[in-house]
Design a binder for this molecule. Sequence first.
Ligand SMILES: NC(=O)c1ccc[n+]([C@@H]2O[C@H](COP(=O)([O-])OP(=O)(O)OC[C@H]3O[C@@H](n4cnc5c(N)ncnc54)[C@H](OP(=O)(O)O)[C@@H]3O)[C@@H](O)[C@H]2O)c1
Length: 279
Amino acid sequence: MPVTIPTLRLNNGVEIPQLGFGTYKLPPAQTRDLVLRAFDAGYRHVDTAQMYRNEREVGQAVSAGGLPRSEVFVTTKLNNAFHAHDDALAAFDRSLDALGTDYVDLFLIHWPVPALGLYPQAWAALEEILASGRARAIGVSNFQPAHLDRILKTGTVVPAVNQVEVHPYLRQDEVRAYGAAHGIVTEAWSPLGRGTVLGDPVIAGVAARHGVTPAQAVLRWHVQRGDVVFPKSATPERIVENADIFGFTLDDADVAAIDALDRDGRTGSHPDTENRTDR
Ligand SMILES: NC(=O)c1ccc[n+]([C@@H]2O[C@H](COP(=O)([O-])OP(=O)(O)OC[C@H]3O[C@@H](n4cnc5c(N)ncnc54)[C@H](OP(=O)(O)O)[C@@H]3O)[C@@H](O)[C@H]2O)c1
């Protein structure tokens, strides 16, 4: 039975399904079929990026899935090499072409690339794209509070989301609190810590108490904190398992136990030092 996934309301009124399907590192040849599996399981939100080189296959699944376009929430992200204003507009056009759609639901700046210093310019381009109706919402990814401060000063639109690495080994309290104070929804990337948190005995204990798997316990923890999540899996059974998280509730003691696992458990790059433009 496909699950029904709740939505959150973004700061411009657009509704986003709180659980989506992550597509980073999905083998391109399997991406279309795996996204279709996710739709069968009830997912209605897909997270891709120019950097993932699978927008075309994601778009093929959206078309082949037969769902009305308005029932699928598609996010893509601006690649690091295209922050200059006109480059950002052209890169967005290429994304629409690859996805085979005339709008995306959410368009993000993927990384701030602070050494380049062009993200305020990229944000101005995203604001134009939003005004044109070709993105229903715009936001950022991997922005630290200082980067957000800068676009709140130079821009006119408050980002709808900030997509950052969050999981039990990296709670990201400061970035999440900044988002909460400014009406910016936090999206938790690598919600399973790319698998690193799943062997943790505390998480195993919480999972056992609820008769669920460690991945389900961790995803439920994210959802109860109010973040958006999109676990990635290339394994059909796990795609179904990861969506089945709306029939149980963690209690305060479970949440506190998982909260207490916080450490410097970053699995990806640090936004202050990620300056590559060649990916
Ligand atoms: N904005 C950014 O900079 C950024 C960066 C990274 C990721 N993201 C987004 O966030 C999404 C999720 O992050 P992620 O892919 O890095 O990591 P993740 O979802 O935390 O973890 C994926 C890993 O966990 C495994 N896994 C998934 N479900 C499982 C389960 N039920 N039991 C055991 N293992 C399981 C997967 O294995 P199998 O695939 O083999 O099943 C894969 O190795 C990405 O796909 C992407 O859309 C964004």
